[in-house]
Design a protein. Structure first.
Length: 230
């Protein structure tokens, strides 16, 4: 694993240059916030792991968890139907989004992850919050998102910068196939690093719903789409 302090310093310098001092200060605060949340939940999800360290090809991204503040915001803008909605995190890494979703009254929460090493850590984190879980069940599936067959009751899909290019296109096809086989209303929450192309925007079978601007720092756009029941 690359030295964490060196990576943080490089990230801070890049960020100040790209987004300014105020944004960077807020972003750094979000890391302090994350330490507090990790301690409270007794989980360990904070890390940056480059794709090549995980042995991935270029279109699969490495691990960087969603910030707690941004995930909270995404949840605030979802209307969860308790005991009915099923949440899927594509590329769940160490399971931060899965753990936070498991605190909500979802029927089921699923995390799909390619790295076996990260799957094991995610499972351990899920185990640690067992007594606090509000979801009916929580499952980590160690699989390539490209080949993962989406269960027919999944209706909330969360994506935070897990892959790009042809991998993302194949994942979109999986979502479309699942919807065709079992038409239902689905919500897609796509968290996109600011300045990067939102590939969902060009899909004619998805309807743009809203963009939520993070109140904390500006590096991410949280974009909601719907796939309607037919
Ligand atoms: C930016 S992290 C997102 C972590 C997590 N969703 C969260 O919000 O905390 C991207 C994750 O996608 C995983 N990943 C990359 N390519 C994948 C693939 N083809 N199938 C499944 N997971 C993949 C990486 O291992 C990494 O853990």
């Amino acid at each position: 694993m690359i030295d964490g302090t060196k990576m943080l310093t490089a990230k801070v310098i890049n960020r100040v240059q790209e987004l300014g001092f105020q944004d960077t200060s807020r972003w750094l605060w979000s890391h302090v916030d994350s330490r507090i949340r990790e301690k409270t939940l007794n989980i360990e999800t904070e890390a940056w792991i480059e794709a090549d360290e995980l042995g991935f090809e270029a279109e699969c991204h490495g691990y960087e968890p969603i910030s707690y503040a941004n995930f909270d915001l995404a949840i605030e803008h979802l209307t969860i139907q308790p005991g009915e909605d099923v949440f899927l995190d594509y590329g769940c890494g160490k399971g931060r989004a899965v753990v936070l979703a498991a605190l909500q009254p979802f029927k089921r929460v699923i995390g799909v992850e390619l790295s076996q090493q990260l799957c094991q850590i995610a499972e351990s984190n899920v185990e640690r919050i067992k007594s606090k879980t509000n979801a009916g069940s929580v499952e980590i599936v160690c699989s390539d998102a490209v080949t993962y067959e989406i269960p027919q009751d999944v209706n909330v899909i969360f994506l935070w910068n897990s892959f790009t290019g042809s991998i993302l296109e194949k994942v979109f096809e999986q979502i479309r196939k699942s919807h065709k086989e079992s038409p239902r209303e689905m919500t897609l929450v796509n968290c996109v690093p600011k300045g990067e192309e939102d590939m969902m925007a060009s899909l004619p079978w998805m309807t743009f719903d809203k963009i939520v601007e993070p109140r904390f720092f500006t590096g991410v756009e949280i974009i909601f789409y719907r796939v309607e029941a037919e």
